[in-house]
Design a protein around this ligand. Structure first.
Ligand code: BGC
Length: 759
């Protein structure tokens, strides 16, 4: 046995020496020449790393499969030593010594957690988003991870869908910019190939391809049905942007597209992704998607696996379908050897691009794990970024910023709740390493003010609902009456009341669809009772999705949406609350007045019977509801500052534009308040006369600017003819002549307009 092992070691070492000198194609061809069919299928198999006790990798299923060459990669296992141990099995004990690719859902940070992606998109700050991904990659790579299942770029127009938390909101333009920034942050530079040699970058995986965000009725894993025009104009652009930014891999989605599961959809995975977009990385399924093809009713595991492979899927996450059925399907002529080879080649190429053949332990440096994770520097950056993501929705009478003096009552089930600060999808987070809001507030005010705390309420009255939404992140339960009494008592003793309320962290994210988007019963009741006391109240709304805040808007003077801000949530909230930072976040999603308005999005069509924006009553025979107006409670792009900005009229460098041409559109933004502050200037267009009906507004540019007190700045956008194009009924990208409106403003609703004619 000993002798055989040492021979294998020599074989794998010999292979590695070659790797340093051979170009990728040649290297992979030579390697594949040595591989059996089973070993090739092994490369297409991806499984969770599971729980491994250090020193016992070989006793686990993944250890055994790795040794037999029947596993291409593992995911969601934390700890560089465990990962190194498995990598050693792959390199030293499998016949060909092919290293594993090691994935994880590093979605918004590793141990230093950044705000959830929905919140990050509300910063409209692409440098910040790129930096968050860079730090996530640095920390993950220091702990053995070389592949992340991020960015999630699914456009989501329906706030009932919990996974809206994981993406960048409802807009394809903003979503595409966020997608590119994240890919750059994880992978470095513009192309996956630049990852060579850089230990601190990892491979990104854009997901979930495609249209997952359009799950019917906002219910997760549900049917999607969509026209090609809607796909091309609104839902596909962010995935395409990620591909253009050089993303190394793509994850297919759970849903159906044209009634074919995405994972088995050749039109999607080959015609669009490979042939149109020229994607040259590999495609991995989502968790057991191949197994689910059968549950959808589109073939058993063997048929589903064959369909998936032939459609263009390269790697099978968790269904074992590729590993266990493709050899037989090959015999039966249901799949081709060429397609198996192609899939295997793509997986091996990814490993080559990551530099794993050169050094399989490139990402297994335990010294880095000790020094590069959760560093004070990373936390400082996360805190700065988190403060940019909060959206100030209301601030009547300038309640905010608060002064650090007197007595502050901090009330609510999210105020001192460590596990529920950072949000969904934090596989590597260590909760007890960061402060709660209460702890951060005490630290922030020091001796200058007194902070009194009460939980105030449960998350919701229904214990089973609270439990269902907790997903391991429990919030202590108490008697609602007693909790409320205690809160009222401290509120009466205080000068100002700060309420930390909302959903718990896992009430958004995967499998967390909601049918009611209001603040939960007991929390609303508590707010109503607190409002009676007559002290200024600030609501900090924790949420992974738009919440219906109609009552709150009517009854409370100040509301700030803080989403889930990551590990530095507490200090970041205090920075903004006490005015050390000025809020600058703008909504990347429309906030509804009522759940029944969903799906709700700003870039909707006019209809043939529109009611005016801001209509204050119901109109018979118009497109509206009996009970609520069509407008959102807070529109896309909206967000207040502690200061005010004034916009000049829009100036166009020319009132006409033609194919291939470019003009500029500019405004002067003037500052009229008391703080230095950032503003996000937004540019929208409307195509007024067109063959196909176009949205009432479409974002086509934005700029985050900083204005010092008293300053004015001219903000200029380049407006190319390309930006005015759209996909028509034949999915051709066209520019139509005729009238357009160019709008610039502080939100999608507060804009100044200028007319443009396309010749
Ligand atoms: C999710 C993916 C995730 C995968 C692996 C699935 O359930 O849909 O987003 O990347 O699990 O954890």
């Amino acid at each position: 046995m000993k002798k055989i092992l040492s021979t294998i070691t020599i074989v794998s070492c010999a292979m590695m020496v070659q790797a340093q000198s051979l170009p990728m194609d040649e290297f992979v061809t030579q390697l594949m020449g040595k591989m059996t069919l089973e070993e090739k299928l092994g490369q297409l198999n991806l499984l969770p790393g599971g729980d491994i006790t250090t020193g016992a990798a070989m006793q686990t299923e993944v250890g055994t499969l790795t040794q037999k060459g029947m596993l291409g990669g593992i995911f969601n296992i934390k700890g560089v030593d465990k990962i190194r141990e498995l990598q050693e099995v792959a390199v030293k004990k499998s016949r060909l010594g092919i290293p594993l690719i090691v994935g994880m859902d590093v979605v918004h940070g590793y141990e230093t957690i950044f705000p959830i992606p929905l919140a990050l998109s509300c910063s409209w700050d692409m440098n910040a988003i790129e930096e968050s991904a860079r730090i996530a990659a640095k920390e993950a790579s220091a702990d053995g991870i070389n592949w992340t299942y991020s960015p999630m770029v699914d456009i989501a127009r329906d706030a009932r869908w919990g996974r809206i938390a994981e993406g960048s909101g409802e807009d394809p333009f903003l979503g595409s910019e966020c997608a590119k920034a994240m890919v750059r942050g994880y992978q470095g530079k513009s192309d996956g190939r630049d990852m060579y040699g850089d230990k601190e970058r990892i491979m990104a995986c854009v997901k979930h391809f495609a249209l997952y965000g359009a799950s019917e009725a906002g219910r997760d894993y549900n049917t999607v049905d969509m026209s090609r025009q809607t796909m091309y104009n609104y839902y596909l652009p962010p995935y395409k942007a990620a591909v253009e930014a050089g993303v190394g891999s793509v994850m297919s989605s759970f849903n159906i597209i044209d009634y074919v599961p995405a994972t088995a959809n050749k039109w999607l995975l080959t015609d669009v992704l490979r042939d149109e977009w020229k994607f040259d990385g590999f495609v991995v399924t989502d968790y057991n998607s191949i197994g689910e093809i059968g549950i959808w009713g589109a073939g058993n595991l063997a048929k589903g696996s064959a369909r998936a492979l032939m459609a263009g899927t390269d790697m099978d996450m968790c269904s074992y379908g590729f590993l266990r059925t493709l050899a037989q399907s090959l015999k039966e002529g249901k799949v081709t050897e060429a397609q198996i080879n192609l899939a295997c080649r793509r997986v091996l190429e990814a490993k080559y691009k990551l530099g794993l053949f050169k050094d399989p332990y490139k990402y297994c440096d335990s010294k880095r794990a000790k020094k590069d994770i959760f560093t004070p520097e990373h936390r400082q950056i996360a805190r700065r970024i988190a403060a940019e993501t909060f959206v100030l929705l209301k601030n009547e009478g300038d309640v905010l910023p608060l002064k650090k003096k007197g007595t502050i009552a901090l009330i609510g089930p999210l105020a001192h709740n460590r596990a529920n600060m950072e949000g969904t999808w934090c596989v590597a987070a260590v909760h007890d390493k960061y402060p709660t809001l209460l702890e951060a507030m005490k630290e922030a005010v020091g001796k200058d003010a007194t902070v009194l705390y009460a939980q105030g309420s449960n998350i919701c009255r229904d214990a089973s609902l609270q439990e269902a939404g907790a997903f391991g992140k429990q919030t202590p339960r108490g008697d609602d009456d007693a909790l409320r009494e205690e809160a009222l008592r401290i509120a009466r003793q205080s000068d100002v009341i700060v309420c930390a309320m909302g959903e718990s962290a896992e009430m958004s994210g995967e499998s967390s669809s909601r049918a009611n988007l209001e603040l939960f019963d007991v929390q609303r009741e508590l707010l109503a009772a607190l409002a009676q006391i007559g002290k200024p109240i600030v609501l900090l709304n924790f949420a992974g999705r738009p919440t219906v805040l109609a009552w709150e808007r009517q009854n409370l003077p100040a509301i700030m949406n803080v989403w889930f801000g990551g590990s530095e949530t507490g200090p970041a909230i205090c920075d903004v609350l006490f005015g050390d930072k000025v809020p600058s976040g703008k909504l990347s999603v429309s906030m509804p007045q009522a759940t029944g308005q969903e799906p709700l999005y700003y870039n909707h069509m006019n209809t043939g019977r529109p009611v005016k924006t801001g209509a204050d009553r119901y109109y018979k025979y118009q497109s509206n509801y009996l009970e609520v107006r069509n407008d959102p409670l807070y529109p896309f792009g909206y967000g207040l500052s502690y200061t005010r900005f004034e916009y000049s009229d829009v100036r166009l460098s020319s009132s006409t534009l033609s194919e291939g041409g470019k003009i500029t559109a500019s405004v002067v933004v003037r500052y009229t308040g008391n703080y230095d502050a950032d503003e996000v200037v937004q540019l929208y267009i409307r195509d007024i006369e067109s063959e196909c009906v176009r949205p009432v507004k479409e974002l086509k540019g934005f700029r985050r600017i900083h204005l010092a007190k008293g300053e004015s700045k001219e903000v200029t956008f380049d407006l190319t003819a390309d930006l005015l194009k759209y996909y028509d009924y034949d999915c051709r990208l066209v520019l139509e002549s005729g009238k357009f409106e160019i709008m610039i403003g502080t939100s999608s609703e507060a804009v100044k307009k200028a007319g443009l004619v396309v010749m």
